[in-house]
Design a protein around this ligand. Structure first.
Ligand SMILES: CC(C)(COP(=O)(O)OP(=O)(O)OC[C@H]1O[C@@H](n2cnc3c(N)ncnc32)[C@H](O)[C@@H]1OP(=O)(O)O)[C@@H](O)C(=O)NCCC(=O)NCCS
Length: 165
């Protein structure tokens, strides 16, 4: 097999902005990661809004082909912003992809001069809480019996916040 020069060798994981054309991939990854599905139509409606931005993580398969393995959606509302959802496909979890996606979201909100980034997370979701805490998010609120559907029904949500600027 011919080995490529290192400068031509694309990274194992790369990220790019998500578009409405990625909705089927987003819905597929979401369905595999959460108890409740979001449909392609729901993702399309979100991504068509000007203040909602998404990033898709792709894992290299061959030199030319890559497969979507994770995504994050962020909503910007004036000086505040919110992580709407983040998911990494199960077999790819624990490999730094969630962190890479969160860092894309952080760079975006910083560029947009946003002051704060909020999110909600199920209190017992250790990987997610661990990721956010490692990025300096702090718990600013708690919502008891917050979830009404799926595997997390009846569980507590934490509201976490990062002071971006
Ligand atoms: C939460 C999620 C997005 C994290 O993505 P990931 O790619 O698996 O996470 P990473 O490999 O980037 O890990 C980043 C950090 O998260 C934390 N973390 C990851 N797995 C963890 C675990 N099992 N327990 C505690 N902390 C964990 C660590 O701080 C880790 O940093 P480190 O590797 O330097 O120690 C992913 O697990 C996922 O999609 N889960 C299902 C959907 C979900 O719960 N989304 C969040 C809803 S709020």
């Amino acid at each position: 097999m011919i080995s490529l020069p290192h400068w031509l060798d694309p990274p194992e994981i790369r990220t790019r902005p998500a578009t409405a054309d990625d909705c089927a991939d987003l819905a597929g990854i979401h369905a595999g990661s959460f108890g409740r599905d979001w449909s392609e139509a729901e993702f399309e409606a979100l991504l068509r809004q000007d203040n909602i931005h998404g990033f898709l993580a792709l894992r290299r398969r061959t030199f030319r082909r890559s497969a979507p393995v994770g995504f994050v959606l962020v909503r910007i509302a004036g000086s505040d912003s919110e992580i709407l959802t983040i998911a990494v496909a199960k077999p790819n979890q624990g490999n730094g992809i969630g962190r890479q996606l969160m860092e894309e979201a952080l760079r975006l909100v910083y560029r947009e001069s946003v002051q704060t980034l909020h999110l909600e997370v199920e209190a017992e979701n250790d990987p997610a809480v661990g990721l956010y805490t490692s990025l300096d998010f702090e718990t600013v609120g708690e919502r008891k019996a917050y979830y009404s559907q799926g595997q997390t029904e009846g569980r507590t949500a934490l509201v976490m916040c990062l002071q971006v600027r």
